[in-house]
Design a protein around this ligand. Structure first.
Ligand SMILES: NC(=O)c1ccc[n+]([C@@H]2O[C@H](COP(=O)([O-])OP(=O)(O)OC[C@H]3O[C@@H](n4cnc5c(N)ncnc54)[C@H](O)[C@@H]3O)[C@@H](O)[C@H]2O)c1
Length: 354
C-alpha cells in the first residue's frame, strides 16, 4: 500500500525495546508520520502502547491480519528480522529493518530477493548514513577536494562498562564488537569510499577473556584500490569512535575528536570533525598544509531516516540503505569473522562473500 505524497503515513514499530522506543519517538516527532501500532509480545510493550495511545499486537501476523500499516520498522532481536520482514513484504508492506539486516547473509539474501520480486521496498537501519555529517563528508569526497582516495584509517575504540556483560549473550559468539559496532563503521566506509573487495583480520579476547572477541584489527581493500586499517575494541578508554565523536545519541558524551581519517592524492579528511587538510600549490611534504573546516547541519539521523522512509513509502525516493546494501555490509562482517578464524586474507568475490 503506497501512501500519497503529503499525506501522513501510518508506521508500526515491531520490537519496543531500546532502539524501538527511539524509533517511536522519531515517528512521533515527524509531522508526516503517525505511530500506527506497537508489535511486541512483552506485556511492558502493551502498557507502552496504551501510554502513547496506539494499537498493540503480540505478533506481526496479528497486526497484518487486523490492520496493515503503510510501513513497519522491525526492531526485534536479529534472529527475527527475516521472518518478520518476509511477513511484511508478502503483505505488500515496506519495511525498515534494524541492522544487521539478519543474523546471517543467506537468510538476508532470501528477504532481499523476495522483496525485489514483489517490488516492495526494504530499508536497513544503518542510520548513520542519514547524518548530515556524512552527507557533508561525501560531498567533500565527490567534489574532488582530497583527490583520489589512497588510504583510510578508522577507529572504533570504546569502553563498555563491566555491567554491560552481565547479560550472558553479550559474552558469547554472535555478539562482540565486530557484529555489534563495527558493522556501522563498515557500512559508512562503504558509503564514503566504495565497495570492499578484500579483508584480512585478527581478533583477540585477551583483555576480557570472554568467548567472543573484545578487539579486532582489519586491513580492508576497496574496489577503487584504496586500502584501509580499522581497529575496534570494547575494552579501550578512548575518545575515538563514531559514538563519542558524532554526538548523534545524547547517551554518549561528545569528545570533539575524530574517528575516520580519509587520505587522498590532494588532501585528507577528518570525520566527523569536518576538517580538510590540503595544499594549494605544490604538493609536497616540505610545503605547509592548509586546514579548513566545512559546515554540516545538525540533525538526529533517526529523524532523517523516518522522513526518508516516508518518502520511500510514497514512492518519491529510492532507499538510501536498501536491503541489498545492508546485505553487502553484513557480508563484509562475515568475511572479517572468517578471515580472523582462518588466519587468511579473504577476497570477497573468490570466497563467496559477494
Ligand atoms: N541502529 C542502531 O544504532 C541500533 C542500536 C541498538 C540496536 N539496534 C538493533 O535493533 C534491534 C533491537 O535491539 P534492541 O537493543 O532494541 O533490543 P531489545 O532487546 O532492547 O528490544 C527487542 C524487543 O523486541 C521484542 N520482541 C522479541 N520478539 C519479538 C517478536 N517476535 N515480535 C515483536 N517484538 C519482539 C522484545 O520483547 C523487546 O522488547 C537489534 O537488531 C539491534 O541490532 C540498532
Amino acid at each position: 500500500m503506497n501512501s500519497e505524497p503529503g499525506k501522513p503515513v501510518h508506521i508500526a514499530v515491531a520490537g519496543a525495546g531500546l532502539i524501538g522506543r527511539r524509533h517511536v519517538q522519531a515517528v512521533d516527532r515527524c509531522d508526516t508520520a503517525i505511530v500506527a501500532a506497537i508489535v511486541d509480545p512483552d506485556l511492558a510493550a502493551r502498557d507502552f502502547a496504551a501510554s502513547i495511545g496506539c494499537d498493540w499486537y503480540a505478533s506481526i501476523d496479528d497486526m497484518l491480519d487486523a490492520s496493515p500499516p503503510d510501513g513497519v520498522i522491525i526492531a526485534t532481536p536479529n534472529q527475527m528480522h527475516v521472518d518478520n520482514g518476509l511477513a511484511c513484504v508478502r503483505a505488500g508492506v515496506p519495511v525498515l529493518v534494524e541492522k544487521p539486516i539478519a543474523d546471517n547473509s543467506a537468510s538476508a539474501a532470501q528477504l532481499v530477493d523476495e522483496a525485489a520480486g514483489l517490488n516492495v521496498p526494504v530499508l536497513v537501519g544503518h542510520h548513520r548514513r542519514h547524518n548530515p555529517l556524512i552527507d557533508a563528508a561525501r560531498q567533500q569526497i565527490e567534489s574532488g577536494s582530497i583527490g583520489d582516495i589512497v588510504a583510510v584509517h578508522a577507529a572504533c575504540w570504546l569502553y563498555k562498562p563491566d555491567a554491560y556483560f552481565d547479560v550472558a549473550w553479550r559474552t558469547r559468539q554472535g555478539a562482540g564488537p565486530v557484529f555489534i559496532n563495527l558493522i556501522h563503521d563498515i557500512d559508512l566506509l562503504r558509503y564514503l569510499v566504495g565497495d570492499v573487495v578484500s579483508v584480512q583480520a585478527a581478533e583477540s579476547a585477551h583483555t576480557r577473556k570472554h568467548d567472543v572477541e573484545d578487539t579486532a584489527a582489519i586491513i580492508v581493500g576497496f574496489a577503487n584500490g584504496a586500502l584501509g586499517t580499522i581497529t575496534v575494541s570494547d575494552s579501550i578508554v578512548a575518545p575515538w569512535s563514531w559514538e563519542l565523536t558524532a554526538a548523534e545519541n545524547p547517551a554518549y558524551p561528545k569528545t570533539g575528536e575524530t574517528c575516520y581519517f580519509i587520505g587522498g592524492t590532494r588532501g585528507s579528511l577528518e570525520i566527523p570533525k569536518g576538517k580538510v587538510w590540503s595544499q594549494d600549490g605544490e604538493r609536497s611534504w616540505w610545503q605547509p598544509i592548509d586546514q579548513t573546516v566545512y559546515d554540516a547541519d545538525s540533525r538526529d539521523p533517526l529523524d532523517a531516516q523516518i522522513e526518508h522512509f516516508r518518502q520511500v513509502i510514497a514512492g518519491a525516493e529510492q532507499p538510501i540503505v536498501s536491503g541489498l546494501e545492508g546485505l553487502k555490509s553484513l557480508k563484509v562482517i562475515e568475511a572479517i569473522k572468517a578471515s580472523a578464524r582462518d588466519g587468511k586474507r579473504i577476497d570477497l568475490e573468490q570466497h563467496g562473500f559477494k
